[in-house]
Design a binder for this molecule. Structure first.
Ligand SMILES: Cc1cc2nc3c(=O)[nH]c(=O)nc-3n(C[C@H](O)[C@H](O)[C@H](O)COP(=O)(O)O)c2cc1C
Length: 406
């Protein structure tokens, strides 16, 4: 084998060095206790992931608001009293010289009805998906100012707890991504209209957080290359936002899609896995991005073979390779993959054959396996997709009742 680029260290603009180029991308854990704090299960999970040797672990959605959660079992970070539990979580995740960053988020209109019937969002544009989401109310200026304080406070607490960086989740249709999209942001004030206005909130969060966490603490943004929806956030707009973020952040993660178009799971519509020329769905966007930006680049979605990962790193198409599902289904192979001893992390594809239930079947399948790992149990490759789907709904409903905050 020629050089193993996956194993080379990389220094971020803030001065922090990440020991290699493999990143575990965010995967929502759904494991909090009824006070929305991390538990022993988080400890076990992150200890296992730190032991894989990956350079950076990004947590799943961690919420800045206890009501607007992406899942009923999310951790919420907003008060000093949470620090002891957060510290233990950070300690587990940073073992083995691993960087551990918290993905800070707010679900906006993608908050399920189980949690609130009337979520807040940039505008009152409802998400219609199996009747699961209520009609949102448009945020007021006071709500937005309050929200900025919440994000900054969460980032500050994560730093105080010992996490080594943060990531603002501005992709996949959550609140910051709702602000970016002209479909979900119909505002006519300084937070809506032009792309400069629609990205103002994200930029403000980065600037205000930087003032508090300092110049040497990594700040990352997860951004869609596009929403893949007619009239939605486009590649051109994504490139404009990236240019506005230049020199302000340490790592940009590219993904794509929303709850309405799950591009981050399946790849870009119309391009089937079997006919895709390249295994990672968002890599073509990297060329356009590299032409306009020097922000260190992480791309997530579909990377599975050592040769391909090594090649795109060698060609400098990106700086970090992000993977999510393999950290559940191929956990025991990750260390050898990093060494080039395992060629491919094969997907355990989950398909029911019924398109309308496949999303929740896949979500349920991975959620269930993730919870098994967190409980110290082995992977169960025979879990049925249909049962996974039901498990998913049951788990959300149960946690929503147990963890009701509103
Ligand atoms: C169970 C599960 C939970 C996920 N949760 C999150 C999340 O909390 N935040 C996020 O940005 N992406 C989340 N994702 C998306 C992944 O980060 C990633 O973008 C996607 O799975 C594609 O990468 P992969 O092909 O390597 O799995 C999740 C994916 C899975 C499978």
């Amino acid at each position: 084998m020629s050089k193993n680029y996956l194993k080379t260290p990389f220094q971020l603009p803030c001065g922090v060095t990440i020991k290699n180029r493999l990143v575990k991308s965010a995967m929502t854990e759904r494991l909090s206790n009824k006070n929305l704090e991390p538990t022993e299960k988080h400890h076990h999970l992150y200890k296992s992931w730190a032991q894989t040797g990956a350079g950076l672990l990004i947590t799943g959605n961690v919420m800045v608001d206890p009501i607007h959660r992406e899942s009923a079992g999310n951790v919420y970070v907003g008060e000093e009293s949470m620090l002891p539990k957060l510290k233990t979580w950070a300690e587990m995740a940073t073992q083995n010289d691993t960087q551990a960053w918290v993905q800070i988020s707010h679900a906006g209109r993608q908050t399920s009805r189980f949690l609130t019937a009337r979520p807040m969002a940039p505008s009152a544009v409802q998400l219609h998906k199996m009747g699961l989401f209520g009609k949102p109310r448009a945020m007021t200026e006071v709500d937005i100012q309050e929200l900025i304080k919440r994000y900054v406070k969460s980032a500050q607490l994560c730093q105080a707890a010992g996490f080594t960086g943060i990531q603002f989740h501005s992709a996949h249709g959550y609140l910051l991504s709702q602000f970016l999209s002209p479909i979900t942001n119909l505002r006519t004030d300084q937070w809506g209209g032009t792309i400069e206005n629609r990205s103002r909130l994200l930029l403000r969060l980065v600037e205000e957080t930087r003032k508090v966490v300092g110049a040497s603490f990594p700040i990352s943004v997860k951004l869609n290359s596009s929403d893949f929806q007619n009239g939605g956030f486009t590649e051109e707009e994504s490139l404009q936002v990236i240019q506005l973020l230049e020199d302000k952040i340490d790592l940009l993660e590219i993904s794509g899609g929303t709850y309405e178009k799950l591009a981050f799971f399946e790849g870009i519509e119309g391009v089937k896995a079997s006919t895709r020329k390249r295994e990672a769905y968002f890599i073509e966007f990297a060329t356009k991005l590299r032409a306009v930006s020097k922000i260190p680049l992480l791309i997530t979605g579909g990377f599975r073979s050592f040769e391909f990962c090594n090649q795109v790193l060698e060609k400098n198409e990106l700086d970090f390779v992000g993977m999510a599902r393999p950290f559940i289904t191929n956990l025991k192979d990750i260390a050898d993959f990093l060494e080039g001893k395992v060629d491919k992390l094969e997907d355990l594809l989950v398909r029911t054959g019924i398109k309308s239930v496949d999303d929740s079947a896949e979500g349920g399948y991975y959620a269930r396996q993730l919870i098994r790992i967190a409980e110290g149990k082995p992977l169960d490759p025979n879990i049925s997709p249909v049962k996974s789907s039901l498990f998913f709904l049951y788990h959300e409903l149960k946690k929503s009742i147990q963890h009701r905050m509103g």
